[in-house]
Design a protein around this ligand. Sequence first.
Ligand SMILES: [Cu+2]
Length: 301
Amino acid sequence: MTGLFFRLFKITLLALTALVPTAALAQDVTAPVPGAIGFQESVTPIMDSIIAFHNGVLMWTITAIVLLVLALLLIIIVRFNRRANPVPAKFTHNTLVEIVWTVAPILVLIVIAIPSFGVLTDQLTVPDGERKYLGSNIFSWGEVEVPAATLTVKATGYQWYWGYEYSDQDEVGFDSILLSEQDRADQKPNQPRLLAVDNELVVPVDTTVRVHVTAADVIHAFAMPSFGIKIDAVPGRLNETWFNARKTGLYYGQCSELCGKDHAYMPIAIRVVTKEEFATWMDALRAGDVSDANLTLAAIN
Ligand SMILES: [Cu+2]
C-alpha cells in the first residue's frame, strides 16, 4: 500500500514538473540534452514568440482544463458514489450542458488559434525592413523590427544528407554529411553523437537570412529548434522561411520528416559567426572549396 502511494506521489510530482515553465533549465544549450524538458535556448525573434506562446496562453489553457477536469472527477467521486447517491437520476440528456460542452471547446480553440496564427504568419513572412514581428510579446501585434533579408541560403534535402547553396553569393555551395563515429572521435570529439557534421552551414550573426528549402528525392523537413524554424522540404517545391540569430555559436537541428531508412542520420548544423568571420569564410569559399573556407574559422572540436 505504501509502495503504491509513493508511486502515485512520484507520478504526480513528475506531472507537476512538466507544467513548470522552462526558465529554470540550463542556458546556452544549443543541442538536445538527455533528460531535458522544454525548449532549447531561443536566439531568434520567432523562437521568442513560440516560447512566449507556449509558456503563456498554451500553459494557462492546459492548466485550467486539467484543473477543471480534476474538479469534475472529484465532485463525481464524492457526490455520486453508491453510498452518497443510492438512487441515480434517470434523465439521459440536458440541453444546456450539451450546448456548453460543444461551445466551450470551440472558444478554447479560438483563444489558442488567434495568437498561434500570428506566430505562424511571422515564420513564413520574410522581413522587408518595414513589417514588424511579434517577438516575446505575442500580444503586441508587431513590435520587433527586423532588417530586410541580406543573405539567401538554399537547403536541399537528399537521401540522406543536406546540401547548402548561397544563392546570392555566386551560388557557391557544399554538402553537409553526418560524421561517422570514427570520424567524429578523430575530428570533433566534443560534438554530440549523431549531430556532428563534416561541414556546418555558416551564417553571420545579427543578419536576416532568407532560407529556401526543397528536396531532391523524397520529402524531408528543415528544422532548427533554437531558431524556431521547421518547414517541409518537398521535391519540386520551394518553401521559404527566415531567421535572424542574435548570438554566435553552433546550433543543431534534424530532418523532421520520416523520410526513409537514414532519416535519423541527416542532422542540420548551423554555425553562426561574426560578420567579419563570415566575410573571410565566404571569400575563401568563393575562391576555393569548403575545406579551405572552414580553415579560416576557429576549429571546433
Ligand atoms: Cu529527411
